[in-house]
Design a protein around this ligand. Structure first.
Ligand code: DAH
Length: 353
Protein backbone atom coordinates (compact mmCIF):
# COMPACT_ATOMS: atom_id res chain seq x y z
CA UNK A 1 0.00 0.00 0.00
CA UNK A 2 1.40 3.38 -0.99
CA UNK A 3 1.56 6.28 1.47
CA UNK A 4 -1.44 7.99 -0.13
CA UNK A 5 -3.56 4.89 0.31
CA UNK A 6 -2.39 4.61 3.95
CA UNK A 7 -3.38 8.22 4.51
CA UNK A 8 -6.81 7.72 2.97
CA UNK A 9 -7.31 4.51 4.99
CA UNK A 10 -6.31 6.38 8.18
CA UNK A 11 -8.79 9.13 7.27
CA UNK A 12 -11.66 6.69 6.74
CA UNK A 13 -10.90 4.89 10.01
CA UNK A 14 -10.47 8.16 11.87
CA UNK A 15 -13.75 9.60 10.58
CA UNK A 16 -15.57 6.42 11.60
CA UNK A 17 -13.99 6.54 15.08
CA UNK A 18 -15.01 10.20 15.47
CA UNK A 19 -18.56 9.41 14.48
CA UNK A 20 -18.70 6.60 17.00
CA UNK A 21 -17.25 8.55 19.94
CA UNK A 22 -20.08 8.46 22.47
CA UNK A 23 -18.96 11.34 24.68
CA UNK A 24 -16.36 14.09 24.96
CA UNK A 25 -13.83 11.88 26.73
CA UNK A 26 -14.01 9.23 23.97
CA UNK A 27 -13.64 11.97 21.37
CA UNK A 28 -10.50 13.33 23.06
CA UNK A 29 -9.05 9.80 22.95
CA UNK A 30 -9.75 9.58 19.20
CA UNK A 31 -7.94 12.87 18.64
CA UNK A 32 -4.89 11.59 20.48
CA UNK A 33 -5.03 8.28 18.58
CA UNK A 34 -4.95 9.96 15.14
CA UNK A 35 -3.42 13.41 15.54
CA UNK A 36 -1.32 12.98 18.70
CA UNK A 37 2.43 12.67 18.74
CA UNK A 38 2.18 8.91 18.49
CA UNK A 39 -0.97 9.05 16.40
CA UNK A 40 -1.63 7.21 13.15
CA UNK A 41 -1.45 10.29 10.93
CA UNK A 42 1.78 11.46 12.57
CA UNK A 43 3.36 8.08 11.97
CA UNK A 44 2.38 8.15 8.28
CA UNK A 45 3.75 11.68 7.89
CA UNK A 46 7.02 10.57 9.39
CA UNK A 47 7.30 8.16 6.51
CA UNK A 48 7.21 11.10 4.04
CA UNK A 49 10.98 11.47 4.52
CA UNK A 50 11.54 8.30 2.54
CA UNK A 51 9.64 9.62 -0.51
CA UNK A 52 11.22 11.09 -3.62
CA UNK A 53 11.19 14.87 -4.12
CA UNK A 54 8.60 14.45 -6.91
CA UNK A 55 6.20 12.40 -4.84
CA UNK A 56 6.43 14.45 -1.69
CA UNK A 57 4.29 17.54 -2.61
CA UNK A 58 1.35 15.44 -3.81
CA UNK A 59 1.43 13.16 -0.78
CA UNK A 60 1.96 16.16 1.51
CA UNK A 61 -1.14 17.75 0.03
CA UNK A 62 -3.18 14.63 0.69
CA UNK A 63 -1.76 14.51 4.23
CA UNK A 64 -2.87 18.09 4.88
CA UNK A 65 -6.30 17.36 3.48
CA UNK A 66 -6.62 14.29 5.72
CA UNK A 67 -5.58 16.29 8.79
CA UNK A 68 -8.03 19.06 7.87
CA UNK A 69 -10.82 16.54 7.34
CA UNK A 70 -10.13 14.89 10.71
CA UNK A 71 -9.91 18.28 12.49
CA UNK A 72 -13.16 19.40 10.94
CA UNK A 73 -14.91 16.15 11.89
CA UNK A 74 -13.50 16.39 15.44
CA UNK A 75 -14.76 19.95 15.80
CA UNK A 76 -18.20 19.07 14.51
CA UNK A 77 -18.51 16.04 16.74
CA UNK A 78 -17.22 18.07 19.70
CA UNK A 79 -19.96 20.60 19.22
CA UNK A 80 -22.63 17.94 18.89
CA UNK A 81 -21.47 16.08 22.00
CA UNK A 82 -21.17 19.31 24.03
CA UNK A 83 -24.66 20.45 23.29
CA UNK A 84 -26.00 16.95 24.00
CA UNK A 85 -24.17 17.01 27.36
CA UNK A 86 -25.61 20.42 28.13
CA UNK A 87 -29.07 19.33 27.23
CA UNK A 88 -28.74 16.25 29.41
CA UNK A 89 -27.61 18.38 32.33
CA UNK A 90 -30.44 20.85 31.86
CA UNK A 91 -32.91 17.99 31.66
CA UNK A 92 -31.59 16.34 34.81
CA UNK A 93 -31.53 19.59 36.78
CA UNK A 94 -34.85 20.88 35.53
CA UNK A 95 -37.55 21.78 38.04
CA UNK A 96 -40.97 20.80 36.86
CA UNK A 97 -43.05 23.66 38.11
CA UNK A 98 -46.21 21.94 36.94
CA UNK A 99 -45.79 19.02 39.39
CA UNK A 100 -48.52 19.18 42.04
CA UNK A 101 -47.12 20.06 45.47
CA UNK A 102 -47.30 17.86 48.52
CA UNK A 103 -50.74 18.47 50.04
CA UNK A 104 -50.92 19.07 53.78
CA UNK A 105 -54.31 17.90 55.00
CA UNK A 106 -56.24 20.71 56.65
CA UNK A 107 -57.99 19.78 59.86
CA UNK A 108 -61.09 21.38 61.23
CA UNK A 109 -62.56 21.82 64.66
CA UNK A 110 -63.93 18.68 66.24
CA UNK A 111 -67.70 18.32 66.34
CA UNK A 112 -67.72 18.76 70.13
CA UNK A 113 -65.87 22.07 69.90
CA UNK A 114 -68.07 23.23 67.03
CA UNK A 115 -71.34 22.43 68.80
CA UNK A 116 -70.05 24.09 71.97
CA UNK A 117 -69.14 27.20 69.99
CA UNK A 118 -72.55 27.25 68.30
CA UNK A 119 -74.41 27.03 71.61
CA UNK A 120 -72.20 29.72 73.14
CA UNK A 121 -72.80 31.91 70.10
CA UNK A 122 -76.58 31.61 70.44
CA UNK A 123 -76.53 32.64 74.10
CA UNK A 124 -73.96 35.40 73.61
CA UNK A 125 -76.55 36.81 71.22
CA UNK A 126 -79.02 36.90 74.13
CA UNK A 127 -76.58 38.84 76.31
CA UNK A 128 -75.08 35.94 78.27
CA UNK A 129 -71.41 35.77 79.32
CA UNK A 130 -69.23 32.69 79.53
CA UNK A 131 -68.17 31.67 83.05
CA UNK A 132 -65.87 28.75 83.76
CA UNK A 133 -65.04 26.69 86.81
CA UNK A 134 -62.57 23.98 87.84
CA UNK A 135 -62.89 20.36 86.71
CA UNK A 136 -61.43 19.18 90.00
CA UNK A 137 -64.11 20.46 92.32
CA UNK A 138 -65.13 20.47 95.96
CA UNK A 139 -68.05 18.31 97.05
CA UNK A 140 -69.54 21.50 98.42
CA UNK A 141 -69.93 23.13 94.99
CA UNK A 142 -70.77 19.97 93.10
CA UNK A 143 -73.39 18.70 95.54
CA UNK A 144 -74.01 20.44 98.88
CA UNK A 145 -74.57 24.00 97.67
CA UNK A 146 -76.71 22.58 94.88
CA UNK A 147 -79.13 21.27 97.49
CA UNK A 148 -78.10 17.65 97.02
CA UNK A 149 -78.82 15.65 100.19
CA UNK A 150 -75.89 13.78 101.81
CA UNK A 151 -77.37 10.39 100.90
CA UNK A 152 -78.12 11.24 97.26
CA UNK A 153 -77.06 8.33 95.00
CA UNK A 154 -75.08 10.62 92.65
CA UNK A 155 -72.63 11.20 95.49
CA UNK A 156 -71.79 7.52 95.77
CA UNK A 157 -68.46 6.10 94.77
CA UNK A 158 -70.23 4.19 92.03
CA UNK A 159 -71.16 7.44 90.28
CA UNK A 160 -68.49 9.97 91.15
CA UNK A 161 -64.70 9.98 90.78
CA UNK A 162 -63.27 11.13 94.08
CA UNK A 163 -59.76 12.53 94.08
CA UNK A 164 -57.61 10.69 96.55
CA UNK A 165 -55.23 12.63 98.68
CA UNK A 166 -51.98 10.68 98.64
CA UNK A 167 -50.70 12.53 101.68
CA UNK A 168 -52.31 9.77 103.72
CA UNK A 169 -55.37 11.65 104.88
CA UNK A 170 -57.61 8.83 106.21
CA UNK A 171 -60.93 10.28 105.08
CA UNK A 172 -59.64 10.92 101.58
CA UNK A 173 -58.11 7.48 101.19
CA UNK A 174 -61.28 5.78 102.35
CA UNK A 175 -63.17 7.46 99.52
CA UNK A 176 -64.89 10.11 101.60
CA UNK A 177 -62.78 12.81 100.04
CA UNK A 178 -64.40 16.19 99.61
CA UNK A 179 -62.47 16.66 96.35
CA UNK A 180 -63.89 15.13 93.19
CA UNK A 181 -64.02 15.40 89.43
CA UNK A 182 -67.14 17.47 88.87
CA UNK A 183 -70.05 15.34 87.67
CA UNK A 184 -71.84 18.34 86.14
CA UNK A 185 -71.20 21.96 85.20
CA UNK A 186 -73.83 23.10 87.72
CA UNK A 187 -71.19 23.97 90.38
CA UNK A 188 -70.19 26.90 88.17
CA UNK A 189 -73.63 28.35 88.98
CA UNK A 190 -72.75 28.41 92.65
CA UNK A 191 -69.28 29.85 92.10
CA UNK A 192 -70.75 32.56 89.87
CA UNK A 193 -73.49 33.51 92.34
CA UNK A 194 -70.93 33.63 95.18
CA UNK A 195 -68.87 36.08 93.17
CA UNK A 196 -71.44 38.24 91.45
CA UNK A 197 -74.61 40.11 92.20
CA UNK A 198 -77.72 39.76 89.99
CA UNK A 199 -78.53 40.37 87.22
CA UNK A 200 -76.62 37.24 86.18
CA UNK A 201 -76.77 35.74 82.69
CA UNK A 202 -74.04 33.15 82.24
CA UNK A 203 -73.25 30.10 80.17
CA UNK A 204 -70.69 27.55 81.36
CA UNK A 205 -69.33 24.96 78.95
CA UNK A 206 -66.89 22.39 80.27
CA UNK A 207 -65.83 18.81 80.81
CA UNK A 208 -67.51 16.62 83.39
CA UNK A 209 -66.78 13.10 84.67
CA UNK A 210 -68.86 10.16 85.81
CA UNK A 211 -68.06 6.58 86.70
CA UNK A 212 -69.92 5.21 83.72
CA UNK A 213 -68.76 2.47 81.39
CA UNK A 214 -68.59 3.85 77.84
CA UNK A 215 -71.50 2.59 75.75
CA UNK A 216 -73.53 4.05 72.87
CA UNK A 217 -75.20 6.61 75.14
CA UNK A 218 -72.64 7.09 77.96
CA UNK A 219 -69.07 8.34 78.22
CA UNK A 220 -67.08 8.57 81.47
CA UNK A 221 -65.89 12.00 80.39
CA UNK A 222 -68.15 14.28 78.44
CA UNK A 223 -69.04 17.93 77.89
CA UNK A 224 -71.88 19.91 79.40
CA UNK A 225 -73.14 23.41 78.96
CA UNK A 226 -74.81 25.03 81.90
CA UNK A 227 -76.94 28.14 81.75
CA UNK A 228 -77.95 30.37 84.65
CA UNK A 229 -80.12 33.44 84.83
CA UNK A 230 -80.82 35.35 88.05
CA UNK A 231 -82.75 38.60 87.89
CA UNK A 232 -85.87 40.27 89.22
CA UNK A 233 -89.14 38.89 87.89
CA UNK A 234 -87.74 35.86 86.07
CA UNK A 235 -90.46 33.24 85.53
CA UNK A 236 -90.86 29.81 84.00
CA UNK A 237 -92.18 31.57 80.89
CA UNK A 238 -88.75 33.21 80.43
CA UNK A 239 -87.14 29.77 80.70
CA UNK A 240 -89.51 28.32 78.10
CA UNK A 241 -89.05 31.22 75.71
CA UNK A 242 -85.27 31.09 76.05
CA UNK A 243 -85.05 27.36 75.41
CA UNK A 244 -87.53 27.54 72.52
CA UNK A 245 -85.33 30.18 70.93
CA UNK A 246 -82.26 28.03 71.51
CA UNK A 247 -83.86 24.92 69.97
CA UNK A 248 -84.98 26.82 66.89
CA UNK A 249 -81.53 28.32 66.37
CA UNK A 250 -79.76 25.02 67.03
CA UNK A 251 -81.99 22.51 65.28
CA UNK A 252 -84.12 24.61 62.92
CA UNK A 253 -87.28 26.72 63.10
CA UNK A 254 -89.64 23.79 62.43
CA UNK A 255 -88.62 21.80 65.50
CA UNK A 256 -90.97 21.76 68.48
CA UNK A 257 -90.14 21.59 72.17
CA UNK A 258 -91.84 19.76 74.98
CA UNK A 259 -91.32 20.30 78.72
CA UNK A 260 -91.80 17.23 80.92
CA UNK A 261 -91.89 17.56 84.74
CA UNK A 262 -88.76 16.11 86.31
CA UNK A 263 -86.71 16.38 89.48
CA UNK A 264 -83.34 18.02 90.06
CA UNK A 265 -82.20 18.90 93.60
CA UNK A 266 -81.17 22.44 92.61
CA UNK A 267 -84.29 23.52 90.73
CA UNK A 268 -87.97 23.67 91.68
CA UNK A 269 -89.99 23.11 89.59
CA UNK A 270 -87.74 21.13 87.26
CA UNK A 271 -88.29 19.83 83.76
CA UNK A 272 -86.67 17.84 81.04
CA UNK A 273 -86.90 19.29 77.56
CA UNK A 274 -87.48 17.23 74.44
CA UNK A 275 -87.14 18.36 70.84
CA UNK A 276 -89.33 16.85 68.13
CA UNK A 277 -87.51 14.14 66.18
CA UNK A 278 -85.92 15.58 63.04
CA UNK A 279 -86.01 12.29 61.20
CA UNK A 280 -89.72 11.42 61.45
CA UNK A 281 -90.92 14.93 62.30
CA UNK A 282 -92.60 13.62 65.42
CA UNK A 283 -94.39 10.69 63.84
CA UNK A 284 -92.20 8.10 65.55
CA UNK A 285 -89.22 6.18 64.17
CA UNK A 286 -86.28 4.07 65.33
CA UNK A 287 -84.09 7.11 66.05
CA UNK A 288 -86.60 8.50 68.59
CA UNK A 289 -87.66 5.03 69.77
CA UNK A 290 -91.10 5.66 68.29
CA UNK A 291 -91.84 8.50 70.69
CA UNK A 292 -91.43 11.34 68.19
CA UNK A 293 -89.32 13.19 70.77
CA UNK A 294 -85.63 13.38 71.73
CA UNK A 295 -84.52 14.50 75.19
CA UNK A 296 -81.94 17.29 75.03
CA UNK A 297 -81.59 18.95 78.40
CA UNK A 298 -82.63 19.44 82.01
CA UNK A 299 -83.79 22.73 83.47
CA UNK A 300 -85.83 24.43 86.15
CA UNK A 301 -86.32 27.45 88.38
CA UNK A 302 -83.40 27.92 90.79
CA UNK A 303 -84.34 26.40 94.16
CA UNK A 304 -84.48 29.03 96.96
CA UNK A 305 -82.22 26.71 99.01
CA UNK A 306 -79.46 27.26 96.44
CA UNK A 307 -79.92 31.03 96.73
CA UNK A 308 -79.62 30.54 100.48
CA UNK A 309 -76.12 29.02 100.10
CA UNK A 310 -74.85 31.99 98.12
CA UNK A 311 -76.63 34.77 99.96
CA UNK A 312 -79.00 35.89 97.21
CA UNK A 313 -82.34 37.20 98.45
CA UNK A 314 -84.91 34.75 97.07
CA UNK A 315 -87.75 37.16 97.91
CA UNK A 316 -86.35 39.70 95.49
CA UNK A 317 -84.70 37.51 92.86
CA UNK A 318 -85.75 34.46 90.91
CA UNK A 319 -83.83 32.58 88.27
CA UNK A 320 -83.68 29.62 85.97
CA UNK A 321 -80.98 27.17 85.08
CA UNK A 322 -80.47 24.53 82.45
CA UNK A 323 -77.86 21.96 81.54
CA UNK A 324 -77.24 20.02 78.36
CA UNK A 325 -74.82 17.36 77.16
CA UNK A 326 -72.86 18.50 74.13
CA UNK A 327 -72.09 14.97 72.87
CA UNK A 328 -75.77 14.19 72.98
CA UNK A 329 -76.68 17.35 71.05
CA UNK A 330 -73.97 16.53 68.48
CA UNK A 331 -75.28 12.98 68.13
CA UNK A 332 -78.86 14.20 67.67
CA UNK A 333 -77.93 16.92 65.22
CA UNK A 334 -75.67 14.76 63.05
CA UNK A 335 -77.26 11.34 63.60
CA UNK A 336 -74.16 9.89 65.29
CA UNK A 337 -75.43 6.49 66.46
CA UNK A 338 -72.82 5.91 69.20
CA UNK A 339 -71.31 8.59 71.46
CA UNK A 340 -68.04 6.65 71.62
CA UNK A 341 -67.43 7.45 67.96
CA UNK A 342 -66.91 11.08 68.97
CA UNK A 343 -63.86 10.31 71.09
CA UNK A 344 -62.24 7.42 69.26
CA UNK A 345 -59.94 9.66 67.22
CA UNK A 346 -61.66 8.86 63.94
CA UNK A 347 -60.05 11.29 61.49
CA UNK A 348 -63.32 11.75 59.63
CA UNK A 349 -64.48 13.93 62.53
CA UNK A 350 -61.53 16.26 61.91
CA UNK A 351 -61.34 16.40 58.12
CA UNK A 352 -62.45 19.60 56.48
CA UNK A 353 -65.95 19.31 55.13
N1 DAH B 1 -76.72 19.04 86.06
C1 DAH B 1 -77.77 18.26 85.44
C2 DAH B 1 -77.23 16.93 85.00
O1 DAH B 1 -76.06 16.77 84.95
C3 DAH B 1 -78.34 18.99 84.27
C4 DAH B 1 -79.14 20.15 84.72
C5 DAH B 1 -80.48 20.01 84.99
C6 DAH B 1 -78.55 21.38 84.92
C7 DAH B 1 -81.25 21.04 85.40
C8 DAH B 1 -79.33 22.44 85.36
C9 DAH B 1 -80.68 22.25 85.60
O2 DAH B 1 -78.81 23.65 85.56
O3 DAH B 1 -81.40 23.30 86.03
O4 DAH B 1 -77.99 16.05 84.70
Amino acid sequence: MGVTEELLAAQAEGLAAIEQAADLAALAAVRVAYLGKKGTLTAVLRGLGGLSAEERPAVGKVANEVRAALEAALAKRHEALSSAALEARLASEAVDVTLPGRAHPIGSRHLISRITAQVVEIFLGLGYRVAEGPEVELDYYNFTALNTPPDHPARSLADTFYVRDLSGDEAAVSGESDVLLRTQTSPVQVRTMEREKPPIYVLSPGRVYRRDIADPSHLPQFTQIEGLVVDEGITFADLKGTLDHFVHRMFGPDRKTRFRPHFFPFTEPSAEVDVSCGICDGAGCRFCKNSGWLEILGCGMVDPNVFGHVGIDSERYTGFAFGMGVERIAALKYNVPDLRMLVEGDMRFLRQF
